[in-house]
Write a protein that binds this ligand. Sequence first.
Ligand SMILES: Nc1ncnc2c1ncn2[C@@H]1O[C@H](COP(=O)(O)OP(=O)(O)OP(=O)(O)O)[C@@H](O)[C@H]1O
Ligand SMILES: [Mg+2]
Length: 467
Amino acid sequence: MARERILVVDDEKLIRWSVRSRLQQEGYAVEEAADGKHAFELLEHSDCDLLVLDYRLPDTTGIDILEKVRAEHPEISVLMMTAYGTVESAVQAMKLGAFDYLTKPVNLDELSVVVQKALETTRLRREVRRLRTEQRETHGKVRLIGTSSAMQEVLDLIDKICVSQATTVLIEGDSGTGKNVVAKAIHYGSPRADRPFVNITCSALTETLLESELFGHERGAFTDAKTQKKGLLEVSEGGTAFLDEIGEMGPAMQAKLLRFLEEKTFKRVGGTRDIRVEVRIVAATNRNLEQAVREGRFREDLYYRLKVIPIHLPSLRDRRDDVPLLVQHFLDEFNAEFRKNTNGVSREAMEHLTAYDWPGNIRELRNVLERIMILEDKEQIGLEDLPSEIVGNAPQTGENATVGRTRSDVVLPLGTLTLEDLERGAIEQALERTSRNQVKAAKLLGISRDTLRYRMKKFGLLDRSDD
Ligand SMILES: Nc1ncnc2c1ncn2[C@@H]1O[C@H](COP(=O)(O)OP(=O)(O)OP(=O)(O)O)[C@@H](O)[C@H]1O
Ligand SMILES: [Mg+2]
């Protein structure tokens, strides 16, 4: 690790010398400045980790330097030295964000302890900043996979929203198309990333609870309100509030939200004071809001107010080009998570994955792959590993439409039987024929024992004798 750098600023040569010698002895790299001007020059040009700063300087005060450092290099810790030990100057320095203060004459042992702590704080601040950036990268565009033109349009739009001042976005899309991911990408890709991102699922709360969650409440506003509580909008000042499933919001809350969007102010429950906050609202819905408006369940004015910037997330079946990319993305994810080495999917399997309609969209694709990766331990995922609903769907591309090797042997009973019924029936028969010997039954069915157990569990066919 590189030596940590400390800048000592004091107009008295003797003090600089004694502080410097002690800190050098302890292995730090030390620089000195006798006045504010020189201190600023050094701060601009060297990576300093800690500032040891005198309160009184010839051309400025330590307080001025402190303020500037806090604003421009917030990770650097500052230790103040004050000759008079006056409480006011020390208090003022602490209020402005100094790490600690030492009174002159400086006790060098005390200095050494405080310097260690202050440097630890600098390290932590830097670490937090690094993690924040990293988090922003993973939450941001990096995780939004898709090169199809439909997805590229969405990504372009997100880029524009990130840099724009516009404060309202409406994300529409079927379940599992990535609305939550997009909301996060908008937050972490924007200058708001350092401020909070809060997520409120409107359908999960009653209307009264939702109101007090969003807007907060005053003490005594209702029976349980023993103390005053800030709402999520206040908490996320400067950041992003994600209102999920907005279509489920009741009429009274719709009116209150509209007022907030128009006036940027709201009242806490039981409160009379208008509170003003600056928050970007990102709302999402998997329902057709336009239809809800037509049916009188959703306010038209609120709908248009939210829809200033609409993002429509395409269903996976409308961007099948992205399936192989997404498959690879999730294989990488689960290989890392489950410590497996599955490096791909056979051509036939990929054809089926691409041809399938994915009613549950990306979430369903992710779940399917997760299940396979837990159960199987293979270099390559084949047709036999895919769930029946996907294999049963003959690929629309390619002339090779054979579904598994037994396709011609199976006489398809038409009527009310679903694929699940067939699967369940086959498993029951195999168990019966093998007197519930799972290894033999699995062999008979051409699946692994883990897969068999998984499916038995799914169909409720596991009983005590099977353990
Ligand atoms: N473009 C994408 N790239 C990679 N992963 C994605 C993408 N879109 C969605 N996912 C993943 O798919 C899953 C579902 O996404 P998400 O929860 O955002 O969907 P949703 O539209 O909010 O669904 P719902 O309407 O059910 O709330 C998550 O695991 C998410 O990480
Ligand atoms: Mg969601």
